[in-house]
Ligand binder design. Sequence first.
Ligand SMILES: NC(=O)c1ccc[n+]([C@@H]2O[C@H](COP(=O)([O-])OP(=O)(O)OC[C@H]3O[C@@H](n4cnc5c(N)ncnc54)[C@H](OP(=O)(O)O)[C@@H]3O)[C@@H](O)[C@H]2O)c1
Length: 298
Amino acid sequence: MKSITKTAILTGSTGGIGLEIARSLAMQGWDLGLINRSQEKTNFQLEDLRKSYPNQEFVGFVANLMDVLDIRRVAAEIGSRYAEVSALYNIAGLLTEKRIMSPQNIEGHFAINTLAPYYLTQLLRKELSAGATTDRHSVVVNFSSSAMNGVKDLDVATLTNPESIGGLMGAYAKSKAALTAVSHLVKEELLEDGILIEVVDPGPTKTSMTGSSDGMPWFLLLLRPLIFKSAKFQAQRLVDAVETAVTEKKSGLFISEGRQKAYPSIALNKHSQIDIKLLLDTQVQLFAVEDTQKDAVN
Ligand SMILES: NC(=O)c1ccc[n+]([C@@H]2O[C@H](COP(=O)([O-])OP(=O)(O)OC[C@H]3O[C@@H](n4cnc5c(N)ncnc54)[C@H](OP(=O)(O)O)[C@@H]3O)[C@@H](O)[C@H]2O)c1
């Protein structure tokens, strides 16, 4: 097992904002473990990073983050590769107006945007704790969105299988509100292990997620060329803001477009926070049990 002091794990690094965050962190000297679903895109990215920064270590991991069992497998791979992890950027996200169900029959937005970051954080907690030093806490960075400001009611009972999907202002916004709420709740327990947790909203960004009509309202598509910023710009100010939070040892910040802001009220309801955490823990335990039973049969 290799012990490194400054390793960051990133999900969704092969495109959009994640690609630029990986470049920015690599430029600052980080070793990177990159979790993506495409082996081909990951190989291409690794080649590029290794060419630019030959003295750093870049490792690719392949996983479909919509699949709870894949998340468990990849977390185990990361655990056997790294004793210490100093940052986890949960970047991978889904925006669509189609109904996509995960292998465990969980609605896709909730599976990738809420469950995956929550579960990966839990699974890598030991490595993140080991990556914290007296001078520098480890950090989990969860990706939210201002779309959640439009969420009026976070009906926890329907999150895993909502009646309608509704794109940006529907299941996507709710999944981000749920992630923001649960991130706020777990900050105390993570801090006990030397881990900070920050929620970031990169702001409107020109990436493939916002480039098609699948999930994007028509008026935002019209405004996109005028008000959406480049992924490189958003990534840089996001990484800078996270670094400032870590330097100041501040946890539980909501950082929107590079600046600390107040949490949207939808994410601050304590009952919802507890219910969402309970839902996530139940999902995770349910499929952990199924997996163990499958192993026993095989
Ligand atoms: N763009 C914006 O304006 C904006 C605004 C607010 C928040 N955000 C959030 O910022 C994050 C990055 O967004 P982006 O605009 O950069 O999105 P993007 O360009 O669509 O990139 C999303 C990344 O997630 C990966 N991904 C998607 N589904 C996956 C799965 N099942 N398993 C593993 N990886 C998967 C994608 O991999 P592939 O390349 O294989 O598809 C890609 O690397 C997301 O969480 C998004 O919700 C974006």
